[in-house]
Design a protein around this ligand. Structure first.
Ligand SMILES: Cc1ncc(COP(=O)(O)O)c(C=O)c1O
Length: 368
């Protein structure tokens, strides 16, 4: 077969699919930045600037069963998460990042042409995984402050609606949806997935309500608060019946042994990690105040570990480029409802200081 013939076999909607645009890894920026690679300040992927718990580093250094498969049933991991989350282990399933669970839920529910309601703008992975899983995406625009339009979501529900997805707080805008709005949507009875990737930074969760709403499911991750983004561990909380189906269809060894060790040790070090979460929240508020002073950026209040900003003077793409050259990485967007904007992850105080200094210097260079 020629490549042209093989290409003809690929599902047409995937040939034309715009993929997820991940951030750049610092090691790919050799020659593109004016600073040594090791001094790059990475504020583009909402990672934890403090890293993981020292207990994780120590336990991984001592671990020596790399040749043995992990427990496919995640028995201990789910028990450990049971204590942290406060729900029975029978409701919990873990995965290689929370995105994998999104995929498993879509695999479980979606038949070709079923509808998935997405409150846009939001985390782009929902669009991509819904389309890859042959769902029809129904995009409901958020309001001018990025709040969810509850009435419009309810009006969009049809007999084909299989899932409502809601990031809470939302990414990349940082907006929190009030609990009554979530419950109004959950009361429709349609399966609803609330992505609480940033829960530890906002403290609001619908997990205690899961027993009252059997259609409600929650995704969480250890990437952000526990600083384990590189090890890839997420989990979800589901009705027990859904959890048992997910355990059946997931890839058998989806949480690797290093991740199992890392979660165990992180959960033994919650006080330490939550101190760092507190420091990030305090820094978020300071960064917000500093960005506001600049006048040519409009930061939006955030309940996460990042701040979304409209760029009021000059082009966001150029600003991102200029920051990158000077060794500070941020995300930029130029999409419908996310026009000319950047998203800055909250770093350590010294990262804020370096960023603000460069932004002050760049003001004169930004036209418009
Ligand atoms: C809303 C949202 N959900 C999930 C994730 C990713 O989580 P994980 O690292 O567990 O795949 C992110 C990461 O940026 C996010 O913004």
């Amino acid at each position: 077969m020629t490549w042209e013939e093989i290409k003809g076999l690929i599902r047409p909607e995937l040939v034309s699919l715009g993929g997820y645009s991940p951030h750049k890894s610092p090691e790919t920026l050799e020659g593109a930045v004016e600073v040594p690679l090791e001094s790059i300040i990475k504020l583009d992927a909402n990672e934890n600037p403090y890293g993981c718990s020292p207990r994780v580093r120590q336990a991984l250094a001592e671990y020596d069963s790399w040749h043995i498969y992990p427990d496919a049933a995640q028995t201990k991991l789910r028990q450990q998460l049971q204590d942290y989350v406060g729900v029975d282990a029978s409701r919990i399933v873990a995965a290689c990042g929370s995105g994998e669970l999104l995929d498993d839920i879509l695999s479980l529910l979606i038949e070709p042409g079923d509808e998935v309601i997405n409150c846009v703008p939001t985390f782009d992975l929902y669009r991509i995984r819904a389309l890859v899983n042959r769902a029809k995406l129904v995009n409901i625009p958020r309001d001018e402050n990025y709040g969810v339009d509850v009435n419009a979501v309810k009006a969009a529900i049809t007999p084909k609606t299989k899932l409502i997805i809601l990031a809470n707080p939302n990414s990349p805008t940082g907006t929190l949806t009030p609990e009554p709005d979530i419950l109004e949507l959950a009361s429709t009875g349609v399966p609803m997935l609330v992505d609480e990737a940033y829960y530890e930074f906002c403290g609001q969760t619908v997990v205690p309500l899961l027993s009252q709403y059997p259609n409600l499911m929650v995704l969480r991750t250890l990437s952000k608060w526990a600083g384990l983004a590189g090890l890839r561990v997420g989990y979800g909380i589901f009705p027990p019946e859904v959890a048992s189906y997910l355990l059946k269809i997931k890839l058998p060894y989806n949480v690797n042994v290093a991740a199992l060790v890392a979660v165990r040790e992180s959960l033994r070090d919650i006080a330490y990690l939550m101190e760092r979460v507190k420091a990030i929240i305090a820094e978020r508020e300071r960064l917000f105040g500093e960005l506001k002073k600049l006048k040519w950026l409009k930061p939006y209040p955030s309940q996460t570990n990042f701040i979304f900003c409209a760029v009021l003077k000059g082009k966001a793409s150029e600003l991102r480029q200029k920051l990158e050259k000077r060794g500070i990485l941020v995300r930029y967007f130029d999409l419908p409802r996310l026009e000319n904007s950047i998203r800055i992850s909250v770093g350590k105080p010294e990262h804020t200081d370096a960023l603000i200094k460069i932004l002050q210097e760049l003001e004169g260079e930004m036209n418009g």
